[in-house]
Design a protein around this ligand. Structure first.
Ligand SMILES: Nc1nc2c(ncn2[C@@H]2O[C@H](COP(=O)(O)OP(=O)(O)OP(=O)(O)O)[C@@H](O)[C@H]2O)c(=O)[nH]1
Ligand SMILES: [Mg+2]
Length: 240
């Protein structure tokens, strides 16, 4: 009998000052991966020279299958993902990449559901907080309004038929990323999520939304700033 090669999956985790979360997160992802058959799973931490020593902690742990991409300075979530995806494809030979925040807002326990949907023939699986079964416990009115408005604009202006355009919990086949020219996605911050999704749709990607519960960050501080919001709006106008 011919044994099929395992699919290579890389969970890309961008970090900026996530020292209070990163060790436990890496352990948790590895715990979950032990129960996923048919995949070889790596984690790539993409750190922007965090002053709190996040990168040192990752190095000290010295975990097998955990890679660290160190960038010189904080350049935003989007740049970190573009670099991270490039590394995962070129250096790690990944068939699939996942996006996951470092602060436990995304539950590593959901990983198998993402991979199962890729196995069902989808190119991009998006964790949605806005479909039945998805939720954001603990979010106040301000964050809800921001998310609602962002999605409304993305749907109205760009015609995206997706309920949660800004979600950062995703699994993507690298064959799709190779079709999209990532270097042309010229955004620095969180607008990357919108731009990537828009480009994926333009390339005819098969997209599946699955419900996720988005938890409050476990420790540390949010990096979402006003600059991210204005870049998001500028990107909507540019891509219209
Ligand atoms: N490498 C890198 N990672 C970043 C940068 N900005 C944010 N991140 C990481 O991206 C992920 C999402 O950022 P968060 O600050 O959690 O954003 P958020 O989830 O919208 O905000 P909270 O709900 O308050 O946590 C986290 O893992 C951050 O550490 C950056 O400039 N560079
Ligand atoms: Mg967060």
């Amino acid at each position: 009998m011919k044994v099929l090669p395992e699919k290579k999956v890389t969970v890309v985790v961008p970090t900026y000052n996530e020292a209070a979360n990163i060790r436990e997160l890496l352990r948790e992802i590895m715990r979950v991966s032990e129960n996923i058959a048919g995949y070889e799973l790596n984690i790539l931490v993409v750190d922007d020279n965090s002053p709190d020593g996040t990168a040192e902690l990752v190095r000290e742990l010295g975990m097998e299958n955990v890679y660290l991409l160190e960038r010189e300075r904080k350049e935003g979530l989007g740049r970190a993902y573009i670099d991270g995806f490039g590394y995962a494809i070129r250096e790690l030979g990944s068939d699939v990449v996942l996006e996951m925040d470092a602060d436990f807002s995304h539950d590593p326990g959901d990983l198998p559901r993402f991979l199962a949907e890729l196995g069902n023939g989808f190119d991009l699986v998006l964790g949605s907080r806005h479909i039945v079964g998805g939720s954001i416990p603990g979010w106040g009115v301000h964050r809800r309004l921001l998310s609602y408005t962002g999605n409304l604009l993305a749907r109205e202006i760009l015609g995206l038929q997706v309920s949660d355009c800004t979600s950062g919990y995703r699994a993507i086949k690298t064959s799709l990323l190779e079709e999209i020219n990532l270097e042309e996605i010229n955004v620095k911050g969180y607008a990357f999520q919108l731009s990537l999704l828009h480009s994926a749709v333009a390339h005819g990607a098969r997209i599946k939304e699955i419900p996720i519960v988005f938890h409050r960050r476990r420790a540390g501080e949010s990096k979402l700033g006003l600059g991210d919001i204005s870049e998001f709006l500028a990107e909507l106008v540019k891509r219209k």
